[in-house]
Design a protein around this ligand. Structure first.
Ligand code: SF4
Length: 197
């Protein structure tokens, strides 16, 4: 890993969703709420109070800080559980599982931190989707780990250089709270006009 400041675990999720959105949030420090972000924030406010306890045979700790020196990551967990000797993170999200793997990467990054902090292998994690009340299993495969590490490096480069990735219009723009700021369709048209001229 490059010599850099710690990067927020949540930035991996944003970068994986859209590098331009990640730049706006973590370099330009812009943020606009919409229905989805407000629901997501109130969900995290509810789960981001520190607590430790047992739920049947499962030990649970909420809202602890996770950190990795190796990967220069830092972030607050929603929930970490210990069940049958297995330690794993659970990330809370509003809505239901989407088409993209950005939530999975956030879980893998938390698993990397947990492995380093405890010295124990973390072989899985979960994303809990509040709308569907379902936990989605995330198996921490070598491929997902490599994908998370590559994303960490991309985010580090983004934060170090501050170079803005172009906004690219896609299906993901539909629910994005930054749509009116980045106007991805207009940026696309200007890009095509510049290429043609
Ligand atoms: S509107 Fe689209 S291109 Fe712009 S930040 Fe959101 S997801 Fe990215």
């Amino acid at each position: 890993m490059k010599d850099t400041e710690y990067i927020p675990i949540a930035s991996l999720n944003q970068y994986s969703y859209c590098p331009h959105r990640c730049w706006r949030m973590f370099c330009a420090v812009e943020f606009v709420d919409n229905q989805y972000t407000i629901e997501g924030t109130s969900l995290h406010d509810r789960v981001h109070s520190f607590s430790v306890g047992n739920r049947e045979d499962t030990w649970q700790v909420r809202a602890i800080w996770l950190k990795s020196e190796e990967y220069k990551l830092i972030g607050k967990s929603d929930l970490v559980e210990l069940d049958s000797g297995e330690l794993y993170p659970v990330e809370y999200k509003r809505g239901k599982k989407g088409e993209w793997d950005n939530d999975e990467l956030q879980v893998v990054a938390q698993a990397l931190c947990l492995e380093e902090m405890t010295g124990k292998k973390v072989s899985c994690g979960y994303v809990y989707y509040a709308q569907s009340h379902q936990r989605q299993l995330v198996e921490i495969t070598p491929e997902l780990k490599q994908s998370a590490i590559a994303t960490i490096e991309s985010v580090q480069t983004l934060l170090q250089t501050g170079i803005m990735p172009k906004p690219l219009y896609s299906k993901r723009c539909k629910g994005c709270s930054l749509y009116s700021q980045c106007l991805p369709k207009a940026a696309d048209k200007v890009g095509r006009y510049q290429e043609a001229s």
